[in-house]
Design a protein. Sequence first.
Length: 306
Amino acid sequence: MNDKRAQPFWRIYRGRGDLLLLLLPGMLLLLIFCYLPMIGLITAFKDFRLNLGILHSPWNGLDNFSRLFGSPDFPLVIRNTLVISVLRLTVGFAAPIILALLINEVRCKWYSRTIQTVTYLPYFFSWVVLSGIFLMIFSQRGPINQLLGLTGASAINFFSDDTWFIITVILTGIWQTVGYGAIIYLAALSGIDPVLYEAAVVDGANRWHRTVHITLPSLLPTIITLFILQLGYILSAGFDQIYNLYNPTVYDVADIVDTYVLRRLVSMDFGLATAAGLFKSVIGLILVVMANSLARSLSDGEQGVW
């Protein structure tokens, strides 16, 4: 049997113009909004001047990167970004899996659908809105501190104490995304053959055994794929959330790469800002390629994004 992967591109898609036409809008969207803007990355290697534009500004080699890595603020920014991202990746990555498993075990359909709707609804709210709500709830006179006062505990400065700020950011971030992330795992769970569970019940397996030996192994390809993709955002600690929640009192733990880039843009230092963004993208790409290669090598080529 001929392997289609070895055939020329034009021969594989010959006579399938209708399918290519359906693909065209998505490809144009990807080209216009993802690939064409990459032309601006050359700003990282130029002494950008507004009156000359990107193409006509003089080249300065790696000077912007030298200033970036030599900046006294950059090591702190990298540390803060990695701390928040690693906490999101470790604590937050498991939350959608656990929620999907719990919802999947609910036998009452209307109840499980209600829980699923309630949990993924926050994903569609902007952090501009959510930050206002959380700033009110966790303020010094907010309901959380009022409840603590009723128990005799002292008030907590959620947005001015470094430790509590990180905890608040991680937990509110999980709350906002856990329901939406669980949708992917619920879709994967729906594809598991029910015969496997029936056979396990006949063999005397309880729910815990079925989860460990059937459900989780079936979810493993989805888990690996999403984990690899999330590694690409290891230096993106959630700009929308951080920018709308942080303040000068927690800059030493909340100032991340994206907020650092924003300040460089505000100060009209476009070359340095572009260099920081390019550095973040390159690190993400390297991590994704390495994680994908590791997954494929450990699974004999069966797991991975590509």
